[in-house]
Design a protein around this ligand. Structure first.
Ligand code: GLA
Length: 422
């Protein structure tokens, strides 16, 4: 019979994994089995948190009582937090000018992390999404929409792609701004003011920043940079400028570039091209953020290959937004881009979802452990399935009542197997 903590035993079936969950839960009465303890010699284990988790009370999809349990689980299991939304430009700096900031929720987030002795990550400074229109607005007429080829920063965009396309969340709320534009100088000044104010406020408290999020394009290899308003108005050096400003504001902060879909070889190649170019320009970039919004088809081999290639850059790798989508609709791609991957949580769960999720998480963590010299932080994108942005895909280790799922046991088993070999 296989040992209950053997990773291969878990592959043998849901029953073994379920038994292990029961055993782990039973053990948890006195000393709970925790992610942060299991991986303490390998990497920090964090989670995204929403506003009610750091401020208390009822929240998104959660009663006050459920919220209190979420907070208890958060404190028990994790030693790092990332803000799901509250440090994004739209939330922290919704209006123009020095008094246009709403610091309350962001302050609560940072204070929660520090008072619970957790590492605090800032997410995110420069992004094409969840950025208010005023940031890009000015008096310069927007260019006419054409089908002409456009030259991008690195590489050349394919013909027919010089179109704005929909906003990340479609028209409305977060739709792409298409009015008269700021000049390059105006936009860089706004970026600098924003970064200096936000990073400066939390200097010495926020340990690590996602300076630029998702600047890479999806699709063919020839489209390297996303045709965002940042790229169109400032030019390709908007990325270097953002890192420069963040470094000025907090020279001790770990500055990372964050993107999704790096499990896809074409997107990964673009990432490597971009980061090498930044390194050649001596841009202060200190870590690669790989979001890792993946699906239950993801294997050890995929993650191993991804990490092996990313490691060639010589920077620490942070897994920044891990979740493993179990919805049928999410099995076609690795994207986090809602506009381009509308079916991510459609179609109900895949068959045998709990077992597939446990298998996928086992392989993914086995790869993280193999690359423990490079992987320094693993952040889940949510505490439990109920608060996940992909709730229908039940992508996390704890269910909506905060009970550990077989995938939790699978991940702990990987840690124990690795520890027993040392
Ligand atoms: C991206 C962003 C996150 C979050 C997720 C889900 O991954 O970096 O902040 O918005 O998408 O929408």
């Amino acid at each position: 019979m296989q040992s209950p903590i053997s990773i291969h035993g878990l592959r043998g079936g849901l029953l073994t994994a379920t038994l292990l969950v029961v055993a782990l839960t039973a053990r948890s009465a006195d000393t709970p089995v925790t992610l942060k303890a299991a991986f303490k010699d390998d990497f920090v284990v964090g989670t995204a948190v929403n506003r009610s988790m750091v401020m208390g009370g009822a929240g998104f999809r959660r009663s006050e009582e459920q919220g209190a349990k979420d907070i208890a689980l958060l404190k028990e299991q994790f030693n790092q937090i990332s803000p799901e939304n509250d440090l994004k430009w739209q939330l922290i700096h919704p209006r123009e000018g020095a008094d246009g900031y709403d610091f309350g929720p962001a302050d609560a987030f940072v204070n929660f992390g520090l008072s619970n002795k957790m590492d605090v990550v800032g997410h995110t400074l420069v992004w094409h999404s969840q950025t208010p229109n005023w940031v890009f607005a000015g008096t310069n007429p927007p260019p006419a929409v054409t089908n002409a080829p456009a030259v991008a920063a690195i590489g050349t965009n394919a013909p027919g792609t010089n179109r704005p396309g929909p906003g990340r969340f479609g028209p409305g709320g977060f739709g792409r701004y298409d009015g008269p534009r700021a000049s390059r100088e105006e936009l860089l000044q706004r970026m600098r003011d924003h970064i200096h104010t936000v990073v400066g406020r939390y200097r010495g408290k926020v340990k690590c920043w996602d300076v630029v999020n998702e600047a890479l394009a999806d699709g063919p290899a020839t489209n390297v940079l996303r045709k965002s308003l940042w790229l169109e108005i400032v030019g390709p050096d908007f990325i270097a400028k953002a890192f420069q400003y963040a470094h000025e504001a907090d020279p001790d902060a770990i500055l990372r570039y964050n993107d999704y879909g790096l499990e896809n070889p074409v997107k990964r190649r673009k990432l490597i091209t971009l980061i090498k170019s930044l390194q050649e320009q001596k841009v202060p970039i200190h870590a690669i953020g790989s979001q890792a919004h993946v699906n239950v088809g993801t294997t050890f081999e995929t993650m191993d290959q991804t990490l092996t290639e990313l490691a060639t850059l010589g920077l620490p790798i942070h897994i920044t937004e891990l979740d493993v989508n179990g919805a049928q609709g999410g099995q076609q791609g690795f994207g986090a881009d809602i506009a381009g991957n509308a079916a991510t949580t459609g179609g109900g769960l895949v068959s045998d979802a709990d077992r597939k999720l446990a298998d996928a998480y086992a392989g993914i963590f086995r790869a993280f452990l193999k690359h423990r010299d490079t992987v320094k932080l693993v952040t889940f994108w949510g505490v439990n399935d109920a608060v996940s942005w992909r709730a229908n895909g039940k992508p996390l280790l704890f269910d909506g009542t905060n009970q550990p799922k077989p995938a939790f046991a699978a991940v702990i088993a990987e840690a124990e197997a690795a520890n027993s070999k040392r």
